[in-house]
Design a protein around this ligand. Structure first.
Ligand code: CAA
Ligand code: FAD
Length: 379
């Protein structure tokens, strides 16, 4: 076993770190307060290759491995989790899904502009009445010969208003259960497709979360991904990889908060010495660092298995389950170490604490990750 990162992986990590410091850090507090999507910054992320990192270069991607993706996600998430969720959805749900299961025509038409960030993608599974229980969705894709007629509402869609390419999971034949579901590529601007209201959220407030409404949207048959009835399997398979992205986001939120707490503990004095000299603070830092390391190892293990083309569903779910808890625990302690200063915006840790919570909810709640893991264990 080799824990040494390659030169290339280290270079990606460094590039992401520099980008986050120079481009994302300025304005991150204001964007959170005003719920502003980091549009210019995401554009630059595309130019630097962060939005299609693992896509084959023949489709304009970076051709990088999943380990590099984890490293970049961690660095971006340390500073701005609203930018990193956009990055995660575009890379590991939308690009990966089309590259793995799409037709050559779909890759030419949709993957190429997604991989460069010229266009942004969204992944649309959840509905007002169907989140964890994803097969109970109500959106329908009626088979009308050479097109599907799409009707329904999707909820909580990340990149909802910024995207122009949407992967929409919908029911074609309810009687067939999950085998009657399809995934359709829907373009912004198709008649009958309306972007609904933006959600006012606890955290990742710069991220662009919207509901989407579809009323008699005609989607050409050639926009279906995979065989008829493959949509649910497509969603589950894609989410296996997406969870590595969100686990890495959680890891970044945790390590960002830890780094801030470590630095602050050396500066802040109480009872005549830096608070880092009090054992209670030292033990908090020791716990944080240990848990973050364990979370990172789980993320890298899942990424390694994916790169080796081995089963990575359980490993990705474990990484997300664990890293998201570490993100919550670490950010709460980082606020504690900052005392009163931790409770105000300027010191960043309160934002990281609010951002951390979503990693236990989206791409499958922690309870759902336990279902995924235990089913694999008991198989
Ligand atoms: N990988 C591959 N295939 C899977 C799978 C996985 N992880 N989980 C299930 N499947 C397959 C099963 O093998 C089965 O196929 P077969 O019948 O051919 O064997 C089929 O899918 C149906 O499986 P189940 O009977 O297990 O389905 P279920 O109704 O019991 O639900 C579940 C399983 C794991 C709970 C699933 O519904 C689930 O993952 N729910 C959470 C949904 C979710 O993660 N949503 C995230 C939305 S995207 C998002 O959130 C993005 C963002 O925020 C940024
Ligand atoms: P529910 O499924 O109603 O769950 C409520 C509670 O019950 C949870 O604690 C859950 O864990 C628990 N629960 C449910 N079933 C079980 C069970 N069988 N056993 C034990 N406990 C259970 N979705 C998308 O499709 N695309 C996106 O881009 C996207 N982005 C999002 C961005 C944000 C900011 C948010 C908040 C959500 C986003 N989602 C997205 C939706 C997200 O994936 C769902 O919110 C999530 O899957 C949970 O679904 P739910 O909210 O309906 O909760």
């Amino acid at each position: 076993m080799n824990f040494q990162l390659t030169e290339e992986q280290l270079a990606v990590q460094q590039a992401a770190r520099e980008f986050a410091q120079t481009e994302l850090l300025p304005g991150v507090i204001e964007r959170d307060e005003t719920q502003t999507f980091p549009l210019e910054q995401v554009k630059k992320m595309g130019e630097l290759g962060f939005l299609g990192m693992m896509v084959d270069p023949k489709y304009n991607g970076g051709g990088m491995d999943t380990i590099s993706y984890v490293l970049a996600m961690e660095e971006i998430s340390k500073i701005d989790a609203s930018a990193s969720v956009c990055m995660s959805v575009n890379n590991s749900l939308v690009c990966w899904g089309i590259e793995k299961y799409g037709t050559e025509e779909q890759k030419e038409k949709y993957l190429k502009p997604l991989a460069t960030g010229e266009k942004i993608g969204a992944f649309c599974l959840s509905e007002p009445e169907a989140g964890s229980d994803a097969t109970s969705q109500r959106t329908t894709a009626e088979d009308n010969g050479d097109y599907y007629l799409l009707n329904g509402t999707k909820n909580w869609i990340t990149n909802g208003n910024t995207a122009s390419i949407y992967l929409v999971i919908a029911q074609t034949d309810r009687e067939k259960g999950h085998k009657g579901i399809n995934c359709l590529i829907v373009e912004r601007g198709m008649d009958g497709f309306v972007v609904g209201k933006k959600e006012n959220k606890l955290g990742i407030r710069g991220s662009d979360t919207h509901s989407l409404m579809f009323t008699d949207v005609k989607v050409p048959k050639e926009n279906r991904i995979g065989e008829d009835g493959f949509g649910f399997k497509f969603a589950m398979s894609t989410l296996n990889g997406g969870r590595i992205g969100i686990a890495s986001q959680a890891l970044g939120i945790a390590s960002g908060a830890y780094e801030l707490a470590l630095a602050y503990s050396k500066e802040r004095k109480a009872f005549g010495k830096p608070i880092s000299q009090h054992q209670a603070i030292q033990f908090k830092l020791a716990d944080m660092a240990t848990e973050i390391d364990a979370a990172r190892l789980l993320c890298l293990k899942a990424a390694y298995l994916k790169d080796q083309k081995k089963d990575f569903g359980k490993a990705g779910a474990m990484a997300k389950l664990f890293a998201s808890k570490v993100a919550m625990d670490t950010t709460v302690e980082a606020v504690q170490i900052h005392g009163g200063y931790g409770y105000v915006k300027e010191y960043h840790v309160e934002r990281l604490m609010r951002d951390a919570k979503i990693t236990q909810i989206y791409e499958g709640t922690s309870e759902i990750q336990k279902i995924v893991i235990s089913r694999e264990l008991l198989k």
